[in-house]
Ligand binder design. Structure first.
Ligand code: AHR
Length: 512
C-alpha cells in the first residue's frame, strides 16, 4: 500500500513536470467559421511579383505559361487553394490608373513605378490580365482602388467595367476589349495606407473621402454583390480605426484594414537568412504582437459595431528584412527561412482564433517580394517554408473554429519571455478535427498534452515542417531542404493526446 502511494506520488509529480504545455479543445463549443479568406494573398506591382513572377508575357517561349501566366506558379498556388488575391497594391494602387492597362497592349501608355524601384512598366498586365489570372487560380479577385491620386469617377467607372451587365459606356468598352460577361468582382479596397503612401491624410479627411468614394462605388455597382474595405490603420495605430468607425456609416463599409509587418526596426531590418537568435526572438515578438493589435482594434470596433458586421481585414502581414545582396533595394526581394514559417504558423493561429472579427487577411506578398510563398529565377521556381505552412493550414479554411485554451511554457532569451507554444483548432463539415501547433523555441523541444472535450478520439495522424536550423531555407540549387514530412510523435494516452514538438516546428494533426 505504501509502495503504491509512493508510485502514485512519483507519477503525479512527473506528470506535473511534463505538463508545462497544456492545450484544451472545446469541440462542443465550436460556433464561428474560420473564413477561408483569412488565407488570402497579395500581389503588388512591386519588383518581380507581377512581371517575372506571375506574368511572363503571352509571347514567352522559354517559360511555360497560359495566356502569359506562369503554369508552374498557377499550379503551386492552386494546391494552396488560395481564396483571394489582392491587386494592384499596396502603395502602387494609389498611383494606378486602370484605363491605362486595358485595350491593345501596343497602345497602352507606360507607367513609372514611383514607389518601387522607379522602373517604367508597360502596363501589359492590367485588369483583363489580373482577372484572367484569378480565373486560372480559381480565386476571388480583390481590387484596391486609387483614392490617393485617382478620382471618384475613375473608381465608379472601374466597377462598372468589371461588374455591369446592363448597357453602359463601360460595358461597351469591356465588350470591345474582348470580355462579354462581367467578372463580378466582390472585394474592393478604397485606397491603401491613406495615413502614409496613400496620401498622408488625416483620419478625419480620409473618413470623409471614403464616404464620398463608397457612395459612388456602391451606386455604380448596383445589382452586384460587393464588399467595401476602408484603408485602416497599422499595428497599434488604433486612433485611426476609432475615427473611421466613428465617422463612416456602417451601411457604407464592410471591412476595415489593418497592416502589421514583423520588422526588427525600420532603419535596420536585419538579414533574411544569417540572423542571430536575438534577431529571431525580436522578430517573433513582433509577429506575436499581432494578437495584441487585433484585440486593440477589435475593442474599438466592438464599441461602434457590437454585432461584428464590419470585418477586420489584415490585408498586409508578414516578415520584412533587408533585401538579398546585389538586388534592387526597391524590389524587396528576400529569402524565406524557418523563421518565416514560425511567423506564418503563429499568425495564422491568431487569425483563426479571432475569426469572429478577422474576416480576411493577405500575406505580403505572393511571389519574390517580402514573405513570399514562391521565389522564381527565370524558368526556375521554388516553394518557401511559408508556402508549406499554408499548405498544412489549408484544412482550416471555412471550418468551424474550436475554442481552445493554451497553457504554454516559456521561450526565454535574456530577460525577455515569449510563449513557446501557439495553437488553433477547427472542425470541418465531415466532423474531422485539425489542430495546428507551433513551437517557436529556437532550441528546446516541447511536450504538449492535449485534452479534447466533446468528441471521442480514436486515431491521430500528423504532418510536420521543421529543419536542422532555424535559418534553413530552400534555394534553387537545393529546393527541398525544408519540406513537409509525416509526423508520428503524437500518441493517445488515455483521454489525452501527447505530442512531442521539436524546436522551431509547425505540426498539423488530424483527429478522428
Ligand atoms: O507590401 C509592401 C508595401 O508595404 C505596400 O505597398 C504598402 O502598403 C506597405 O507599406
Amino acid at each position: 500500500m505504501k509502495n503504491l502511494l509512493l508510485l502514485f506520488i512519483i507519477l503525479f509529480v512527473s506528470n506535473v513536470g511534463n505538463a508545462q504545455n497544456e492545450v484544451t479543445l472545446n469541440v462542443d463549443l465550436a460556433e464561428h467559421q474560420i473564413s477561408r479568406h483569412i488565407y488570402g494573398h497579395f500581389s503588388e506591382h512591386l519588383g518581380r511579383c507581377i512581371y517575372g513572377g506571375f506574368y511572363v508575357g503571352e509571347d514567352n517561349k522559354l517559360i511555360p505559361h497560359q495566356k502569359g501566366m506562369r503554369t508552374d506558379v498557377v499550379q503551386a498556388l492552386k494546391k494552396l487553394q488560395i481564396p483571394n488575391l489582392r491587386w494592384p497594391g499596396g502603395c502602387f494602387a494609389d498611383t494606378y490608373h486602370w484605363k491605362d492597362g486595358i485595350g491593345p497592349k501596343e497602345k497602352r501608355p507606360t507607367i513609372v513605378n514611383t514607389w518601387w524601384g522607379g522602373i517604367t512598366e508597360d502596363n501589359s498586365f492590367g485588369t483583363h490580365e489580373f482577372l484572367e489570372l484569378c480565373k486560372q487560380l480559381d480565386t476571388a479577385p480583390f481590387i484596391s482602388g486609387n483614392v490617393g491620386s485617382g478620382t471618384v469617377q475613375e473608381l465608379a467607372d472601374w466597377i462598372q467595367y468589371t461588374n455591369a451587365s446592363h448597357e453602359s459606356p463601360m460595358t461597351k468598352l469591356r465588350i470591345e476589349n474582348g470580355q462579354k460577361e462581367p467578372w463580378n468582382v466582390k472585394y474592393w479596397g478604397l485606397g491603401n495606407e491613406a495615413w502614409g503612401c496613400g496620401g498622408n491624410m488625416r483620419a478625419e479627411y480620409y473618413a470623409d473621402l471614403y464616404r464620398q468614394y463608397a457612395t459612388y462605388l456602391t451606386a455604380a455597382a448596383k445589382g452586384s454583390d460587393i464588399y467595401r474595405i476602408a484603408a485602416g490603420g497599422h499595428s497599434a495605430y488604433v486612433e485611426w480605426t476609432e475615427v473611421l468607425m466613428k465617422n463612416i456609416p456602417l451601411k457604407l463599409m464592410d471591412g476595415i484594414s489593418l497592416h502589421h509587418y514583423s520588422v526588427l526596426d525600420w532603419s535596420e531590418k536585419g538579414p533574411s537568412t544569417e540572423f542571430t537568435e536575438a534577431q529571431y526572438f525580436k522578430t517573433m515578438q513582433k509577429a506575436m504582437a499581432m494578437e495584441d493589435h487585433i484585440i486593440a482594434h477589435s475593442i474599438i470596433m466592438d464599441k461602434y459595431d457590437p454585432e461584428k458586421k464590419v470585418g477586420l481585414i489584415v490585408d498586409e502581414w508578414g516578415g520584412w528584412y533587408e533585401v538579398e545582396p546585389e538586388t534592387n533595394p526597391g524590389f524587396l526581394f528576400q529569402q524565406n527561412t524557418m523563421r518565416d514559417a514560425m511567423i506564418a504558423g503563429t499568425t495564422l493561429n491568431t487569425f483563426n482564433n479571432h475569426c469572429e472579427r478577422v474576416k480576411m487577411a493577405n500575406l505580403a506578398q505572393t511571389i519574390n517580394v517580402l514573405q513570399a510563398v514562391i521565389l522564381t529565377d527565370k524558368e526556375k521556381m521554388l516553394l518557401t517554408p511559408t508556402y508549406h505552412v499554408l499548405d498544412l493550414y489549408k484544412v482550416h479554411q471555412d471550418a468551424k473554429l474550436i475554442p481552445i485554451h493554451v497553457k504554454s511554457g516559456d521561450y526565454q532569451l535574456g530577460d525577455k519571455t515569449l510563449k513557446a507554444i501557439s495553437a488553433s483548432a477547427s472542425i470541418n463539415e465531415d466532423g474531422q478535427v485539425h489542430i495546428s501547433l507551433v513551437n517557436i523555441h529556437a532550441s528546446a523541444a516541447q511536450e504538449v498534452r492535449i485534452s479534447v472535450r466533446g468528441i471521442e478520439i480514436n486515431t491521430v495522424s500528423g504532418r510536420i515542417l521543421t529543419a536542422d536550423k532555424v535559418q534553413a531555407h530552400n534555394t534553387f540549387k537545393s529546393p527541398n531542404t525544408v519540406q513537409i514530412s509525416n509526423f508520428d510523435k503524437a500518441k493517445l494516452d488515455g483521454d489525452e493526446l501527447v505530442v512531442q514538438l521539436p524546436a522551431f516546428s509547425v505540426v498539423v494533426l488530424a483527429l478522428k
